[in-house]
Design a protein. Structure first.
Length: 315
């Protein structure tokens, strides 16, 4: 008896086989995608940072970009000054501390007392800018000797004319960072020969934006802060040359702008870096993206080779 072939059954079987194969392939892709997703899963939690107002623009810019890529991580960046940030960092309250000067011996001792091991990472270069109101038309250049005459603890300077007889007989209104600021420590060391040595009759703030507002609002004002804050407010401030050298990225990087050029740092809690994935990822992201982001904030970046060396300190 001759058998007949049911072509409809064969076609349906083939279609079913193809469908199963396609489904299996899709399942493999889905499995692979899930595995890739898992590598980024779990990056959440909080990151607490505090410290220097000078370093703040860099850390804030990097934090903003990091949170776009990692929306489940909350990064908080405070501005209590380098000293204020170190008070929190050395007791383990924060994971990262912004600093515009190296850590002090007494702060290192405090960290040891609280079993806080840390690493210092250099993130940028800055040139402390001595600025006046944009309407000031009598001074373009000032010497370190003149700055010492103005800012020394025993200074007798009250009027601009007390510094230079050709300058106006008008009272100098002085503005500067507060005592918790690393910029305060660096400036007083460079200008007065001793960190913390300074006259007391000036308007002080750890928030550089407060200083910008004060100086831009007073024709006879003079003050100092990090280069990025001058760069951001060039339309209402004028930076003075120091011993004939203007603060620019080129003079800061090249070392000509002396003695007010300096490195900027972040300090990282090593235990947090090792055991908290969000801290590890953030610090790596910070250093890896610093070459691009630092210049956009008004500061001078390091070479990519030097950034790699900084990151390797934690590896």
């Amino acid at each position: 008896m001759k058998k007949t072939i049911n072509f409809k059954v064969i076609i349906l079987a083939l279609l079913l086989l193809v469908s199963v194969s396609v489904f299996a392939a899709c399942g493999d892709d889905k499995s692979e995608t899930s595995e890739n997703d898992k590598s980024n899963e779990g990056l959440n939690g909080d990151i607490e940072i505090d410290g220097s107002s000078t370093v703040y623009p860099i850390t804030a810019a990097i934090s903003e970009e990091f949170q776009i890529e990692n929306p489940d991580v909350k990064v908080t960046v405070g501005v209590s000054g380098t000293g204020g940030g170190m008070k929190r960092f050395t007791v383990g309250e924060t994971s990262i501390s912004d600093a515009s000067r190296p850590i002090k011996d007494e702060e290192t001792d405090k960290a040891k007392e609280n079993d806080v091991e840390f690493e210092e990472l250099k993130v940028a270069l800055d040139g402390i800018s001595v600025v006046v109101n944009s309407n000031n038309d009598w001074v373009e250049d000032i010497t370190i000797k003149d700055l010492n005459k103005i800012w020394a603890p025993d200074s007798k300077v009250k009027m601009w004319s007390d510094v230079n007889s050709e300058w106006p007989e008008e009272e100098i209104k002085l503005y500067g960072p507060g005592t918790d600021s690393g910029t305060f420590d660096y400036f007083t060391e460079a200008v007065n020969g001793e960190g913390g040595a300074i006259r007391t009759d000036f308007t002080a703030s750890e928030d550089d934006n407060v200083l910008v507002q004060g100086i831009s609002g007073d024709e006879y004002a003079l003050g100092y802060f990090g280069y990025a804050y001058y760069e951001e407010n060039k339309d209402k401030l004028k930076a003075l040359k120091i011993n004939g050298v203007e603060p620019t990225p080129e003079t800061i990087e090249g070392g000509e702008y002396t003695p007010l050029s300096r490195p900027l740092f972040i300090y990282v809690n090593k235990d947090h870096y090792t055991n908290k994935k969000q801290i590890n990822s953030f610090v790596d992201y910070y250093i890896e993206n610093a070459p691009e982001i630092v210049p956009s904030t008004g500061y001078v970046g390091l070479s990519e080779e030097n950034y790699e060396k900084e990151l390797n300190k934690l590896k």
